[in-house]
Design a protein around this ligand. Structure first.
Ligand code: FAD
Length: 321
């Protein structure tokens, strides 16, 4: 066995729609990408049954199948997909520098360019009945799944700007939206609070938490509890949306890549360039605004093109203005 450290031209960290789209473009550009899938091969979409809004699937498609097809498409052009976590990074600050990463706390590899597509994880309440019914009426994405509850009664948990935006989005589609706010007031901006307060089919319940999600295979109702009085109340709903935030999977880049206070990576202007040369970020890891498969895929494409241009520039520096 050789002790020589493997050198990769383009390393892709993460296997969601952003990572696979980057892989398709990078492999077709002959960047010989190697992808590490991380703990959730296929990314967030593998946790959902129905994707209805990704262009090109007129009948919709289930998330795991869509991600398998993206993998096959990337592999068709030569992407090497490996199961493994990147557990540490030592990124170069120099143009043309080599980035060092550690896989599964054991193997060190080197990369000329790194595409970060590590996504984000939706936060859930963590109670057993909620976990049991994830995909059976419990969702962390109103824009993705709201349509399936057209004309029905749903509830949403959360008190920030995202929760208020999602509540008003749902109110357009659903019959009634019950909004559970844990405290006596919301965290959302005054403007957003005003918006949800003025929508007739949104009922806001303050000091209220989920006690239990009711239903066996699918959501049939919600048992709410008032955290001041202990009083419980059951309502009939078919969908429960959890909007208590997301956590970008960017901890390993702390101190090296610029990120905002919540951990979303910061990219330059309209590009996917990070603060370090040769390191590009795409998908939900750098997008707290849209968080959709198609936008993740779009920025994945951009990251591969940015990586290709970066490599071309350092290989032919005289052409750089
Ligand atoms: C329940 C649900 C339903 C949804 N439905 C829809 C929908 O219908 N339509 C839609 O457009 N969007 C939907 N979304 C949103 C969509 O899934 C995301 O916007 C999209 O998956 C983001 O893609 P991504 O590639 O940025 O990251 P992700 O899909 O989050 O993938 C991140 C990848 O990075 C990997 N990773 C993380 N850390 C490491 C590491 N250290 N080393 C290696 N790999 C790592 C993970 O294993 C994973 O493979 C839904 C989301 C959820 C939660």
């Amino acid at each position: 066995m050789s002790d020589k450290i493997e050198r990769i031209k383009t390393l892709i960290i993460g296997s969601g729609p952003a990572g696979y789209t980057a892989a398709i473009y990078a492999s077709r550009a002959d960047l010989k990408p190697v992808m590490y899938t991380g703990m959730e091969p296929g990314g967030q979409l593998t946790t959902t049954t129905e994707v209805d809004n990704f262009p090109g699937y007129p009948e919709g498609i289930d998330g795991p199948t869509m991600m398998m097809q993206l993998q096959q498409q990337a592999e068709r052009f030569g992407t090497e997909v490996r199961i493994g976590m990147i557990t540490a990074v030592n990124l170069s600050k120099e143009v043309g520098g080599i980035h060092k990463v550690t896989v599964d706390d054991s193997v060190e590899i080197e990369a000329e360019t790194v595409i970060v597509s590590t996504g984000a994880s939706a936060k859930y309440l963590g109670i057993p009945s909620e976990q049991k019914l994830r995909g059976g009426g419990v969702s962390a994405c109103a824009v993705c799944d709201g349509f399936f509850y057209k004309g029905q009664d749903v509830a949403i948990v959360g008190a920030g700007d995202t929760a208020t935006e999602e509540a008003s989005y749902l109110a357009n589609i659903c019959n009634k939206v019950t909004m559970l706010v844990r405290k006596g007031e919301m965290r959302a901006s005054k403007a957003m609070q005003h918006r949800v307060n003025s929508i007739k089919n949104i009922e806001i319940k303050y000091n209220t938490e989920v006690d239990e999600v009711l239903g066996d295979q699918v959501v049939e109702g919600l048992r709410m509890v008032n955290n001041q009085t202990g009083e419980k109340e059951d309502i009939a709903i078919t969908g429960l949306f959890i909007a208590i935030g997301h956590k970008p999977n960017t901890d390993i880049f702390k101190g090296q890549l610029d990120m905002d206070e919540t951990g979303y990576l910061i990219t330059k202007g309209k590009s996917t360039k990070t603060n370090l040369p040769g390191v590009f970020a795409c998908g939900d890891s750098q997008d707290k605004e849209y968080r959709q498969a198609v936008t993740a895929a779009g920025t994945g494409c951009m990251a591969a093109l940015d990586a290709e241009r970066y490599l071309a520039e350092i290989e032919t520096p005289e052409e750089v203005a």
